[in-house]
Design a protein around this ligand. Structure first.
Ligand SMILES: [Zn+2]
Length: 136
């Protein structure tokens, strides 16, 4: 039991490391945090937060895990592209714009829409790759 959990945690970390490296954001600041979501990119601080709650991920959670990671990595890629302080300004401007339009600051936010699209359209290839490598 313990050994199995240990392997799972190693595999999860291997997947995260591979994803960060492939998207060239391996130098992003990472913080471990106890939270419900697998990951969250803190736009205000330029920090990728990873959940400590899932030392072991269930097979049924792999898809959600990959989509979330890719979504948050997309924010980190934007932050790298523009510089995180500039990206923070852009993101806030977009939030205010959507609020001003009577829309939702997150759901209608172009950076959120793009990040989610990125996650949805890319998770399958990673799912196949990691499955082939027997990481889950
Ligand atoms: Zn997001």
């Amino acid at each position: 039991m313990l050994i199995k959990e240990f392997i799972s945690e190693t595999n999860k970390n291997k997947m995260i490391a591979d994803l960060l490296k492939y998207h060239k954001v391996q130098n992003v600041k990472v913080k471990m945090k106890s939270m419900k979501d697998f990951a969250h990119y803190d736009v205000d601080r330029g920090v990728l937060e990873l959940s400590t709650k899932y030392s072991k991920i269930k097979n049924s959670q792999i898809k959600e895990f990959l989509i979330t990671m890719l979504h948050e990595i997309y924010h980190a890629m934007d932050a790298k592209k523009y510089g995180w302080k500039k990206f923070k300004e852009m993101y806030e401007l977009e939030m205010n714009y959507q609020i001003g339009m009577g829309k939702d600051e997150y759901k209608d936010n172009v950076y959120e829409i793009d990040a989610e699209k990125f996650g949805q359209s890319n998770y399958r290839k990673w799912y196949q790759k990691f499955k082939k490598e027997e990481l889950f």
